[in-house]
Design a protein around this ligand. Sequence first.
Ligand code: FES
Ligand code: FE2
Length: 346
Amino acid sequence: MSAARYAFLQPGRYARGWHIVLFSQELAVGEVRRLHYFARDLVAYRGESGRVGIVDAHCPHLGAHLASGGGRVSGDTIACPFHGWVFDHNGRCVDIPYARAIPERAVDALRGWPVLERNGFIALWYDPEGNPPEDYLPDIPEWGAQGWGDWVFYRSRIRARACDVIENIVDIAHFPHVHAGKVRKWENRFGERTVTQLSTVDRDPGAQMIVPPGVPFDLEGMHKEQAGQGAEAWGDATYHGPSIMYYYTESSGAELSYRAWWVNCHTPVNQEELDLCSAVIVSSLDERPLPGEFAQLYPQTAHIAFGQDVEIWKDKVYRADPILCDGDGPINKLRRWYEQFYLPRS
Ligand code: FES
Ligand SMILES: [Fe+2]
């Protein structure tokens, strides 16, 4: 198997599918935000009806950036700050205030991107072939429900390959070395657009971990303390498509019992970089309220867990034909599943 075998290793390729670009709370009505993903300059705006539009950033007229000077939203359209050409969420030019007629070439000159706002996040459909999006992202009923609240999220721009990030979902053997975890139960399930990890991982005070730089507390000390409390935790981590993972976990202990949803996603910035984001909502599993300190710290620990992996990803090379052993997870199966997002849909 050569490196050329995988389409996801070819330069200039990004996975077809939904990719989270913002959380809903980051875009108010009338606001325009600059984005840079898939090696493109984009703008996101929220129209007066609440509808979000994402279009290419540079005006087809004389090239102004649609967010220059803060951007201008009117109704559900965005107006270019340079000469006032007006575009809708599809990128369609709908008005030129000083022209008698809109030039034919201008109508479809700006690219608009399909957008889905669901569960408090805003996702963009990326498809180089330009086919209509699929509807595979499930609802998270607990988001916004009583006792849960809105996402607390952390986002970092990192140097990593998307194919390394996704592989984490089947990599059973790295837990005792990177996350100081002892795997008690583990199962991977593959669906058409999903890959799931059902796991029960104990904190193991004897195992090793990577401490990422900049952690504002004693990670190893906290880990050992929690390992001593013997909390039982299980989780269901499922990728829906190539870059958005939902993780549901429940943990019961003498001190504390909680359940949480995480949304972990990686959105390609360009060929070298990704935005890695972890968002968390957490709620008590019983009648005991969550201690304030825990509710504050827990969402950070989610991002730190990824930070442990980042320390590996940023330095590793990609083995397209890896030497695997019988204790490894289904690495090659995951790669074949992941490949679908880079092949033409036909
Ligand atoms: S550059 Fe946008 S209207 Fe002229
Ligand atoms: Fe990991």
